[in-house]
Design a protein around this ligand. Structure first.
Ligand SMILES: Nc1nc2c(ncn2[C@@H]2O[C@H](COP(=O)(O)OP(=O)(O)OP(=O)(O)O)[C@@H](O)[C@H]2O)c(=O)[nH]1
Ligand SMILES: [Mg+2]
Length: 168
């Protein structure tokens, strides 16, 4: 989603310094960075402009880059933990999946994980986040809670990315 903290996360995981802003569509084209782990391994991380509802019909920016995502090995869906109950995090996630599936079945089948961001200002135990994580558990999808801003949970995320990457 726009404004979820994707560029902030990229700057945490890599040496890249993408523009960060407190408004949607700060990132207009994908940002790339190289992540190093286990001393010698590297992988390229791409921060892709967020998808909005109706992306498949041309809304927002993200759909322009979906073809690039097809070349990646796996996806991290970054979700904003601070969303209100009305635009809750579970419906947000389902919308993202729907837009991606509508774009291509290859994308729909690509391995993905869910990263819930901004837990420094939102309680990861709140009912919406718990409902999302429970739903993800049921379909066997891993989810993690982080703060890209403070760095909370980042070490675990790096560990998780490195393990997942080796398995794929
Ligand atoms: N409190 C808090 N704020 C965050 C966190 N991560 C990002 N932000 C803030 O959220 C806003 C959006 O961050 P970006 O990294 O630009 O988000 P993005 O997903 O790249 O946004 P777009 O490029 O517009 O799609 C900025 O004001 C960041 O400082 C976090 O973990 N906690
Ligand atoms: Mg951005």
């Amino acid at each position: 989603m726009p404004n979820a903290g994707k560029s902030t996360l990229l700057s945490r995981l890599t040496q890249a310094h993408p523009k960060v802003g407190s408004y949607p569509f700060t990132t207009l084209v994908p940002n790339l960075g190289v992540m190093t782990f286990d001393d010698a391994e590297t992988l390229v991380v791409a921060d892709i402009p967020g998808l909005v509802e109706g992306a498949r019909l041309g809304r927002g920016l993200g759909h322009r880059f979906l073809k690039h995502i097809e070349r990646t090995q796996f996806l991290l869906h970054l979700l904003d933990a601070t969303l209100s109950s009305e635009t809750n995090i579970l419906s947000n996630f389902l919308m993202l999946r729907k837009e991606m599936s509508a774009y291509s079945t290859a994308l729909a089948h690509k391995p993905y994980f869910v990263v819930i961001n901004k837990i420094d200002i939102s309680d990861p135990e709140n009912k919406d986040i718990k409902a999302l994580r429970k739903a993800l558990d049921r379909i066997g999808t891993k989810s993690m809670c982080i703060s890209a801003l403070t760095g909370e949970g980042i070490e675990d995320l790096i560990q998780f990315i490195s393990e997942s990457w080796k398995k794929i």
